[in-house]
Design a protein around this ligand. Sequence first.
Ligand code: NAD
Ligand code: ZN
Length: 262
Amino acid sequence: MASAMQRATDLVAKASSVVVLSGAGMSAESGVPTFRDAHTGLWERFAPEQLATEEAFRANPPMVWTWYVWRAMLVRSVHPNAGHEAIGRWQHHVAQQGGSLHVATQNVDDLHERGGAEDVLHLHGSLHAYRCLECDTPARFDPATTGITADQEFRPEDVVPTVDCQHCESGVLRPGVVWFGEMLPEQAFGAAVSALQEADLVVVIGSSGLVQPAASLPLVGRDAGAAVIEINPAMTPISDTADVYLPSTAAVALPEMLGKVL
Ligand code: NAD
Ligand code: ZN
């Protein structure tokens, strides 16, 4: 029987309607820790899931605000990895052949875009967008103005003040991410579902498959007849049913899997 990688490259070679679904593991080799792998510093005391909620923000606005400022600065300081870059090139290649490749990510970083991908669907929003907690008006904010840098660990004693909304003047800015318990952006989620219903290949990378509703997206593709390839060093709830499971990392497996078509 052909190796898993051989079966993956065969699926890639004949695919013309592709959806790439990525999670935190996609950016791990760029130096952005995943939630489940982050067990240092602050994580010894706070589960990320307990900081990434509106309730947590309202309970301690400066601390949760500073955590996001720190994460935005961390993302700014790192680079897309070979996996992001391979996806960016693959998208152009598929388009040149008259097909389509959509990237739908749970990541709130911008590493897919910096790796060359276009029209990335951000299912969980962005670390680099801000809006008012109360009136929802979008706002500009440069996290570098806080003096927080990525080289320091995030420490609760470095907390910076929140920033007032200039529009309603009673609210403060919040990051443009989707917190636990919030609705996903309808447009991005709907576009991902539509693309999956048309897909002949779905590639799922670096997602634990535990955060709903994003975790159900691979099944939308599979139920519509797409083949599913999963890339993740650890098994997830979809590994057993994927057509090909590659127990490897994004920056290693993607360039290898796409090497022939790029
Ligand atoms: P997760 O943290 O729950 O799981 C990460 C998954 O990535 C795990 O299954 C792990 O085995 C896998 N992984 C680790 N290293 C990998 C590598 N090098 N290559 C491939 N896979 C690797 O992440 P999730 O499923 O995306 O869900 C958690 C939530 O955390 C999401 O809502 C996401 O928005 C948020 N988050 C985003 C970022 C980011 O934007 N970079 C970082 C941390 C968390
Ligand atoms: Zn406001």
